[in-house]
Design a protein around this ligand. Structure first.
Ligand code: FES
Length: 168
């Protein structure tokens, strides 16, 4: 589905209703909710314009938020994005090797999506699992003390989580 991040009018309106008291003060929350509820894990141009019109703010203000907050995306995201901590404690524990392993196992470089749209990986700053580095964040879950075998298991677990309808 293209446009408006794959969300119906009702879907978009129901997000806005959550912040009906003062929507302009909740621009980040609205964008995050729209991103979560839509397809592709991103805010597309039509959605950005729609939000600006609904909140009666400049489109530039929406794009300011989209470029400032790293958890917001303007490009379609893979279904599973491995976020590898690249900060110093994890770097010392060979986080670069984790990136190399992911690259090898997924067959893509950093920030690239696998051809089936399922996987990607990227380096991000510390997310608080420093004692268990090298660490990965996958959605809300954190995984530490990673080995090549453990990373392979994580990829397989992601595939197992897919419903039949989601399988390529
Ligand atoms: S330094 Fe890697 S999680 Fe904190």
């Amino acid at each position: 589905m293209s446009g408006l991040s794959g969300l119906s009018i009702e879907g978009r309106q129901s997000v806005l209703r959550r912040y009906s008291d003062c929507p302009r003060e909740h621009l980040l929350d609205i964008l995050l909710d729209l991103q979560r509820a839509g397809s592709g894990g991103h805010i597309d141009e039509e959605t950005a314009i729609w939000v600006a019109e609904e909140l009666d703010i400049a489109v530039a203000k929406v794009y300011e938020a989209l470029s400032f907050y790293t958890m917001l995306h303007t490009r379609e995201q893979a279904r599973f994005v491995f976020e590898v901590c690249g900060s110093t404690p994890c770097f010392v524990n060979k986080s670069q090797e984790v990136g190399e392993i992911l690259s090898r196992q997924l067959g893509v470089g950093e920030e690239q999506m696998t051809s089936d749209g399922l996987f990607a990986y990227r380096f991000v700053p510390c997310f608080g699992a420093c004692a268990e580095g090298p660490a990965i964040r996958l959605g809300d879950e954190l995984y530490g003390n990673l080995t090549e075998k453990r990373i392979r298991e994580l990829i397989m677990a992601c595939r197992d989580r897919l419903g039949e309808a989601d399988k390529p």
